[in-house]
Design a protein around this ligand. Structure first.
Ligand code: 13P
Ligand code: SF4
Length: 353
């Protein structure tokens, strides 16, 4: 027997086995949220992902709360506004969204002809979940004269019930762009809503939703940290509760917080948001010290479990097999797009790019 002949059946068996593994992973995709396949541990995933980017003309968009490796391989790392601007403008054929489900949906709404993949479909958002569209529809009926402003952390269906979206970067501009005599419903984040009422002086009707990550910071433990590091600046995301925001030296979106740490003369910061952002803070200011604000739970973990469902392995598989893919009905894309386009217009006018 020639060695060629021996090699052939082995290769065939291997290919068939691989196909089976993929078919099983695809069959179970909905249940698992991702392609549950083993990735060869000897692969250099950074190299492989770069190769796939070129082969497929793909772009990787990552939020600041992703793990460091994912941020480092991404073509763009940013906040919710920056990510949607990138998704609207990209020339890529495939958008690989390293973030959570509502962000990938927003990318699909803005670029409906492009393939959008999310490494793990179960990377959801407690804030988006706190405002189910059918319940909000009933709530909205009670305020027929109100304009609906929704934080972008909502489902695509919620965006169809929204007049104008906002992110934490542009929220003040969005509210101020609405005539003063026009009543507003703000959804879904009550903490951001209260902050905006204070900042803009507008008396808005607020939906009572919140983010599981930003509402668990402990005011007591933060006070103790401030006593230990009296020179430290407390910086906080506006999704935090008022008791935290009242103590903060600076309040801002993830990109706002990052900018503040870069430009501030201070050298120590207590960071009250998801700690993934600290990766970029440390890269931008290697000599400064960043202390994650402590939560009031026992395990001392304030990572977003949804954001952290994405891993480099899942990202690689999602690019290789172009799954899981984000799909939306055409009418949802059409109706949801209006509220996002309005947000992008106001942001562009305000120079928020
Ligand atoms: P920004 O990055 O827009 O500040 O939003 C934070 C957030 O909660 C994303 O889930
Ligand atoms: Fe949602 Fe909060 Fe996680 Fe952001 S940090 S994705 S708002 S649960």
């Amino acid at each position: 027997m020639r060695c060629d002949d021996r090699a052939l059946p082995r290769k065939t068996v291997k290919t068939t086995a691989m196909t089976d593994v993929f078919e099983i992973a695809r069959r179970d995709l909905e249940e698992n949220g991702f392609l549950d396949m083993e990735v060869d541990p000897t692969l250099d995933l950074f190299e492989e992902i770069e190769k796939l980017k070129r082969e497929k003309n793909a772009v990787i968009l990552a939020h600041y709360y992703q793990e460091g490796d994912i941020q480092d391989i991404a073509d763009y790392v940013g906040d919710s506004l920056g990510l949607s601007q990138q998704a609207a403008d990209t020339d890529a054929d495939m958008i690989v969204f390293a973030g959570v489900h509502f962000m990938a949906e927003t990318a699909k709404i803005l670029s409906p002809d492009k393939k959008v993949v999310l490494p793990d479909l179960k990377a959801g958002c407690s804030l988006a979940d706190s405002c189910p569209a059918p319940l909000f529809r009933l709530f909205k009926e009670k305020y027929p004269d109100h304009v609906v402003v929704s934080y972008v952390n909502t489902t695509a269906e919620m965006k169809t019930l929204t007049d104008i979206c906002c992110t934490s970067t542009n929220a003040v501009h969005i509210i101020n762009s609405i005539p003063k005599d026009q009543p507003i419903i703000f959804a879904p984040d009550i903490n951001l809503g209260k902050y905006l009422v204070k900042k803009t002086g507008r008396d808005m009707v607020l939906w009572n939703g919140s983010c599981m990550v930003h509402e668990i910071f402990s005011a007591e433990k933060i006070t103790k940290l401030q006593m230990r590091y009296p020179e430290a600046k407390l910086i906080a995301h506006p999704e935090c509760e008022p008791v935290i925001l009242d103590k903060a030296d600076f309040i801002g979106s993830t990109s706002g917080l990052l900018r503040y740490t870069r430009t501030s003369d201070a050298t120590t910061f207590i960071v009250a948001t998801e700690p993934g952002i600290i990766h970029q803070m440390e890269k931008a200011s290697p000599d400064k010290v960043f202390i994650p604000a402590p939560p009031n739970n026992q395990c001392a973990c304030n990572e977003c479990p949804h954001m952290k469902r994405n891993t480099l392995e899942k990202l690689y598989l999602s690019m290789k097999y172009e799954l899981p893919e984000i799909t939306l009905p055409e009418h949802v894309i059409r109706d949801a797009r209006r509220s996002i386009d309005r947000m992008l217009e106001v942001s562009a006018r305000a120079g928020l790019v």
